[in-house]
Design a protein around this ligand. Structure first.
Ligand code: AMP
Length: 541
């Protein structure tokens, strides 16, 4: 027998409807690329998102299911795109502005974006590849200064586009399972892979992110979004904040330590988010230049890469700020696990408490994780037995975009994360390794395989293997281990980097090279990365 409850669709526009109905006067603050402060209310966000939705449909001819790209910083217009694009049934494809040109070109063509909304300061990055973007019909410029001009075809100013559109037409009707957002994640072979979120997955994720045991968002909070809006939809915070009535503060491109601290002070930020690299930098800046008055910041959600235990300890000890460590992936929307102390931990000495908080934490509601051993058995929850982490739930990927491959999925439908870890008897996950051949630097991916292939194309190189080495600021950096064709010849860093630059973003280039006579191999002749890591990644360089 079916339950007798309404079948009320869980859609993203209904999140904004709620924010408008219940918190119309809540503030939304943006520090714009030109450093000016912009502030308006949730009711403005609602009305302007509606205007945008109307303009998309009526001026640009956007249909349900079309892909619309955003190439933008964190600010109110990007939020209007979050809601307005979804509000007309289209898919909001947030493009990572830090990718190399070939990767950016690949993902725009792969997504078949029809229009791209681009910040004026980022226009040059698109101008250089625009001729290769087959499906893009036009560009809408955000935050254009007076007299701004661009070579991009069919460009129009954002404010002009929405100026005369009505702000009260109903959202386009969608099914809760319709696609509504897309992010690309790095593939191990170098080609990014698309992850397509649905209205339902986005809604449920936002609800759970808000919970007290998760990001604990409420109308009492002032939340600074330190995660770029192109990184897994800023971890769902822009949706959770509108649901819960938290004041949102967006820093656009001002992600360096000094402006960040300034924003925290001026805007009375009590919660924030970001990858470890940003928060390592902010900690160093605070230590060097202690704030005159205590920071209003109480809690920081850190994830995207492992938060060092010392960082968690130092923030608490020196500034009374609680770091909440979270783990997730683009494929998991992203929040999968998160570490908070529970009442039974009260009696523990502080060093033990830090150890727990440095774990990746417990699975959040709706999500299940398990550790699978090489022989297919499920590992016991003993905190020792490690294996690949598999995950399932309503906001976990079921298939990559335009892909039929089941390589990343178990036979019974769980997603294989490529992360390796343990789970203890209290259900806390600890990441111990990674099976995927990727390096994570400052929260951004570098494909070691793509680097190896490119380095080996250099005429002086016979063999090259690339591994991650720990870095105190970036978490990891790539190290290239190279065998030259002719041992007498030399290849200097600069020569190699110039050779690689057309295909890679600058941050992806190896900043250390070791020349060896031979790269250790496994029994099947593959580069033995485990051995290389033992040799070079354990602080020997
Ligand atoms: P992305 O899809 O770019 O968000 O990257 C997801 C990957 O980043 C995960 O599969 C992990 O390898 C890594 N990662 C994310 N959060 C953490 C964390 N808290 N600790 C360790 N690794 C993490």
């Amino acid at each position: 027998m079916e339950g007798l409850m309404m079948n009320y669709p869980l859609t993203v526009p209904s999140i904004l409807d709620h924010g408008y109905r219940v918190y119309p006067k809540k503030e939304f603050i943006s520090i714009l690329p030109d450093k000016s402060r912009h502030s308006y209310m949730f009711s403005d966000l609602y009305k302007r998102s509606k205007k945008l939705m109307h303009a998309l449909v009526n001026k640009l001819g956007v249909n349900r299911g079309d892909f619309i790209g955003t190439f933008a910083w964190n600010h109110y217009q990007h939020m209007e795109l979050y809601y307005g694009i979804r509000g007309c049934g289209a898919v909001c494809h947030t493009i990572n502005i830090r990718l190399s040109q070939p990767q950016t070109e690949f993902i725009i063509n792969n997504a078949e974006d029809r229009y791209i909304f681009v910040d004026a300061t980022l226009v040059p990055l698109l101008e250089s590849i625009a001729a290769l973007l087959a499906t893009v019909e036009g560009y809408i410029i955000l935050n254009a200064p007076k007299g701004f001009s661009t070579k991009l075809k069919n460009s129009v100013d954002y404010e002009e586009l929405i100026a005369d559109a009505p702000d009260n037409t109903p959202w386009v009707e969608v099914d809760e399972n319709d696609a509504c957002g897309m992010c690309y994640t790095s593939g191990t072979t170098g080609l990014p892979k698309g992850v397509l979120y649905s209205h339902r997955s986005t809604y449920l994720h936002a609800l759970v992110v808000s919970l007290p045991n998760v990001a604990a968002l409420s109308f009492n909070d002032r939340m600074l979004v330190g995660v770029p809006q192109f990184h897994v939809m800023a971890w769902g915070i822009p949706f959770a904040a509108v649901l819960t009535g938290a004041v949102l503060i967006m820093p656009s491109c001002h992600l360096q330590s000094a402006p960040f601290i300034d924003i925290i002070q001026k805007e009375q930020v009590n919660k924030a988010s970001g990858v470890p690299t940003i928060w390592l930098g902010i900690y160093a800046a605070l230590k060097n230049n202690p704030p005159a008055k205590p920071l209003p910041l109480k809690e920081v959600l850190i994830g995207g890469a492992a938060a060092p235990p010392s960082l968690i300890e130092n923030y608490e000890k020196d500034f009374g700020i609680k770091v909440v460590h979270a783990w997730g992936m683009t494929e998991t929307s992203p929040v999968g696990t998160l570490s908070r102390l529970q009442p039974q931990h009260d009696v523990l000495p502080s060093a033990e408490k830090i150890k727990i908080r440095a774990l990746q934490g417990q699975q959040v509601p709706c999500v299940e994780i398990r550790i699978v051993l090489d022989n297919g058995a499920i590992a016991p929850k003993d905190g020792i037995t490690s294996g690949e982490i598999e995950i399932r739930g309503p906001w976990i990927i079921n298939s990559y975009f335009k892909s039929t491959s089941r390589e990343n999925f178990s036979e019974d439908g769980w997603f294989k994360t490529g992360d390796v870890g343990t789970i203890n008897d209290e259900g806390y996950l600890q990441i111990t390794d990674r099976t995927k051949d990727l390096i994570k630097s400052g929260g951004e991916w570098i494909s070691s395989v793509a680097l190896e292939v490119a380095i080996m194309a250099h005429p002086k190189v016979k063999e090259a293997s690339v591994i991650a080495i720990p870095d105190p600021h970036w978490t990891e950096r790539p190290l290239a281990v190279i065998v030259l064709n002719n041992q007498q010849e030399s290849i200097i860093q600069e020569e190699l980097n110039n050779f690689l630059l057309p295909s890679f973003a600058k941050y992806q280039l190896p900043d250390k090279i070791v020349f060896v006579n031979e790269i250790p191999k496994t029994s099947v002749g593959k580069f033995n990365k485990k051995k290389l890591r033992q040799l070079y990644a354990e602080g020997k360089l």
